[in-house]
Design a protein around this ligand. Structure first.
Ligand SMILES: Cc1cc2nc3c(=O)[nH]c(=O)nc-3n(C[C@H](O)[C@H](O)[C@H](O)COP(=O)(O)O)c2cc1C
Length: 274
């Protein structure tokens, strides 16, 4: 699969078919992910692949301890707009996932060896970002490799809130810290084709923080029509819906106003995007 397409379409997948994910497929994904960079090239990650039913149920129960109160609070607050200003349909999907985590065919628990994160610089060691920088490139590589295999995954962190219990359940030593949980399986629904993400002009500026927004020059490549057609086809939507304008009715991307397929491919799957 083409890299840019994988990057643009690796969405959180919340519904899975019950089909098994073979060790061969997992091995291939991990074999690609391991080329991630890490500080000092120390590669301190460790992945536990969990299929055992009692363990999957145990992980779900721990996850729900933090998820349920958070979800209820979000519902009570009426839900909030996401970073691109739209009500996220993802929250109810994330709840569907949380309540059925035990059915997700395979869970990957990514750990990091704390010793592999230490640098000679106290300021870097105290940064809340520096340690993560040596494990999340690997986790993102893994998400992309999983996508390239045709699988889907949900990346979550809430289990970090129950680390002592997760450690006891999976038997990992104190030297390792929980980094991420990925529920992995074959997607049960068409994959969201466009993700809700801020455009470049919103977060990149020239020369200074307050500088002018970075914009594409006249020679910069526009979004490939071929890529749009391919992802639209995969999502089961009308390619015309993905040609680049926001539908005023449902918020999906469309070339000429609201078209059949916008709602299904855009709203239901959470793909309304700029
Ligand atoms: C560091 C990190 C932690 C996350 N933790 C959770 C989590 O605990 N529960 C959850 O449902 N999603 C979690 N997510 C998933 C994000 O909510 C998701 O990536 C985002 O909503 C975009 O979703 P989309 O790809 O479907 O557009 C996490 C993502 C990241 C990067």
């Amino acid at each position: 699969m083409e890299l840019t397409e994988a990057m643009r379409t690796t969405a959180a997948i919340h519904r899975f078919r019950p089909d098994t994910v073979s060790d061969e497929v997992l091995y291939r994904a991990l074999d690609a992910a391991r080329f991630a960079p890490s500080g000092g090239n120390r590669q301190g990650w460790h992945v536990i692949t969990v299929r055992d039913q009692a363990l999957r149920t145990g992980l779900m129960e721990l996850y729900l301890r933090s998820w349920r109160p958070m979800y209820e609070a979000r519902l009570a607050a009426g839900g909030g707009p996401d970073a691109v200003g739209r009500r996220s349909p993802g929250t109810t999907e994330a709840n569907y996932y949380a309540e059925r985590m035990d059915e997700v065919p395979v869970h990957l628990v990514a750990l990091i060896d704390r010793a592999a994160l230490l640098t000679p610089f106290p300021a870097i060691n105290q940064s809340t970002f520096a340690g993560g920088a040596s494990v999340y490139p690997f986790v993102q590589n893994l998400l992309l490799a999983i996508r390239a295999e045709g699988l889907g995954a949900s990346l979550t962190m809430l289990l970090a809130n129950h680390e002592a219990e997760v450690r006891e359940l999976l038997g990992y030593p104190e030297e390792f810290a929980f980094a991420a949980h990925l529920g992995v399986g074959w997607p049960a629904r068409p994959r969201p084709a466009r993700l809700r993400r801020r455009p470049v002009e919103d977060f990149a500026t020239v020369d200074r923080f307050g500088g002018r927004p970075l914009r594409a020059g006249s020679g910069a490549p526009a979004e490939s029509a071929q890529t749009l057609a391919r992802v639209a086809e995969e999502a089961g939507g009308d390619p015309a819906c993905w040609a680049g304008l926001v539908c005023p009715e449902c918020g999906a991307v469309t070339s000429e106003g609201h078209r059949p397929g916008c709602t299904e491919a855009g709203t239901e799957s959470g793909t309304a995007a700029r």
